[in-house]
Ligand binder design. Structure first.
Ligand code: NAP
Length: 522
């Protein structure tokens, strides 16, 4: 397939009319062909009107039809073959194995949501029989309406055009209008055409999927402002996410924005764990920090420990390990510039010094890994030290005692993850105090692992209190990501044949339902 530089609006490919957008190869600084043109408000209007038109027929497709559609999207993505991987490598400088893994994850996500749709427990079908005291009441979840999805810079496949936000919205019956990320427009067009083909193959309304291109401040704002749009999925900067939350809240009809923004993913190294395996923990930490050039939302940007000989051994091992780690190319020149600014801010912060760094880069947009060290007191005195530095930079906070460690933990902003390295025999008391606090700070709490690497499964939570996300009640990864795009409806005293099938006495799809307080498939 050839990339044409067009937007995808319903079943059509449409040339934009606004400023030229060119994707750059960040490794070479070369402009990639073809040029794209940004869309305007008429394109937003057309895509949203089609999504609105498609909503009723799409939400009323059977779970089997929607599952088959999601499976078809996965097949179409796979059928793109190497062209998708090669283009994504050019646009992101991410290596082939990483992108092949990301493609597999994207298809796994689509197929997982297909299974979730088929199982039907997301409907939350609940029946309360009539009695003398109350009428017949039955409840289920329904789709919110068309959803706007913003592709992420750091996951050109798994969190972009056909990524988790799109898959979870499509799963429950919401049409999707994607705003492609400007850094990987060719990858986006290829993925978008795969979704478009799946829509046609499955005989669905063309408005089920559209993909727009353009500067976020115009196209993105117009999209979130459009009355047809009923929810937003976003992964990116805190500034971008908050701007969209403000747009959504200023509408005559405010809508939810599920923005995943910034997180520094604290890792606590407790004394027993350091005594047992300081050198191994140092290597695993540097591996996690430098994975994907640190451009992962779950990157371990903060480490906390208490003073002692084992902590000194860990520090020495980190300094030694990171020395050999080469600088690597970041996703975009803007992300690289933001990284350099963040590192410079840490370098200039009071009470912060460098613990170790990698090999400096000689090519464009390369980030050198670096670890800083500070004290608990300095960290508590300067809130800016906990600003996310997106890339392979991290800060060790050495707390003078357990009381200070707990104060530092309590001062942390909301996080996607929080990690404890601890020994059950020796660290139990401190670990349990920390766990009780950290479950209020983070969406995922881990013991004796590293936060990078997010499983796609039923129990995963990739979310957390502000600023890690704009709505801590949700997750953007895992089966329950679909709840973001649903709302409950209660049906009171409806005749059997007027009820949705999922709530009828006969239970034609054999769903598990809560009937008069008991879970039953009957
Ligand atoms: P971004 O600047 O927030 O952009 C993400 C998307 O939102 C783009 O499509 C962008 O459009 C759009 N957008 C940005 N500001 C907007 C606004 N005011 N109104 C409407 N739309 C807007 O994020 P990025 O380009 O991915 O990276 C920039 C920084 O984000 C990184 O340096 C990093 O700090 C952070 N980041 C964090 C994570 C994380 O998971 N924690 C992930 C990725 C990035 P245009 O670019 O086309 O204008």
């Amino acid at each position: 397939m050839t990339i044409t530089g067009e937007m995808l609006i319903g079943g059509s490919a449409v040339k934009g009319s606004e400023a030229v957008l060119r994707c750059m190869n960040p490794a070479t600084n070369e402009a990639l062909e073809p040029p794209f043109h940004g869309g305007n408000e008429q394109h937003v209007e057309r895509a949203c009107a089609l999504a609105q038109d498609a909503f009723d027929s799409y939400r009323n497709t059977s779970p089997q039809q929607r599952a088959a559609f999601l499976d078809a999207v996965a097949e179409e993505i796979e059928a793109l073959g190497d062209e998708l991987i090669v283009r994504a490598m050019q646009e992101t400088a991410l290596p082939r194995p990483r992108l092949e893994g990301e493609r597999a994850r994207t298809c796994k996500q689509l197929r997982m949501f297909a299974d979730v749709v088929r199982r039907g427990h997301w409907l939350n079908a609940t029946l309360d029989s009539a009695s003398d005291a109350r009428p017949d009441l039955r409840m289920r979840m329904v789709a919110l309406g068309p959803v706007a999805v913003f592709g992420a810079s750091n996951f050109p496949l798994a969190f972009s055009v056909a990524g988790g936000d799109t898959a979870s919205a499509l799963a429950v019956g919401c049409p999707v209008v994607v705003k492609a990320h400007s850094a990987h427009l060719g990858t986006s067009e290829l993925s978008g055409r795969a979704v478009q083909r799946a829509v046609a193959r499955c005989g669905l309304h063309e408005g089920v999927f559209s993909m727009l291109v353009g500067a976020g401040n115009q196209i993105g704002t117009a999209l979130v402002s459009h009355p047809a749009i009923k929810a937003v999925g976003f992964t990116g900067s805190r500034a971008g996410g908050l701007a969209l939350v403000n747009v959504a809240n200023s509408r005559p009809e405010p809508i939810p924005v599920y923005a995943e923004m910034s997180s520094i993913n604290p890792v606590f190294l407790l004394p027993g764990a350091l005594a047992a395996r300081a050198p191994q923990l140092a290597v695993e930490y540097v591996n996690s920090l430098t994975m994907g050039v640190g451009q992962l939302c779950t990157n371990p940007g903060l480490v906390l420990a208490l003073p002692g000989a084992d902590t000194d051994a860990w520090k020495a091992a980190v300094a030694e390990e990171i020395k050999g780690r080469a600088a690597a190319t970041m996703l975009t020149s803007q992300i690289h510039a933001a990284y350099e600014r963040g590192v410079a801010d840490l370098q200039a912060a009071g009470g912060v010094h460098q613990l170790g760094c990698g090999v400096e880069g000689s090519l464009p947009h390369q980030a050198m890994p670096v670890v800083f060290e500070t004290t608990g007191a300095a960290f508590l005195a300067d809130h800016a030290i906990q600003n996310e530095v997106f890339g392979p930079a991290s800060v060790l906070v050495l707390c003078q005692d357990e009381a200070e460690l707990m104060r530092v933990a309590a001062s942390l902003e909301g996080q996607l993850t929080a990690t404890l390295h601890a020994e059950r025999a020796t660290d139990a008391a401190l670990a349990q105090r920390l766990l009780s606090l950290l479950e209020l700070k983070a969406g995922r709490v881990l013991v004796n692992g590293f936060p990078t690497g997010v499983e796609v499964c039923n129990a995963m939570v990739h979310g957390g209190p502000f600023p890690s996300t704009s709505d801590s009640r949700s997750t953007s990864v895992g089966a329950t990501a679909i709840n973001r795009f649903l709302r409950p409806v209660c049906y009171q005293n409806l005749p059997e044949e007027w009820l949705p099938e999922s709530l009828r006495d006969a239970n034609p799809h054999g769903l598990w339902r809560l009937k008069d307080g008991a879970l039953t498939q009957g």
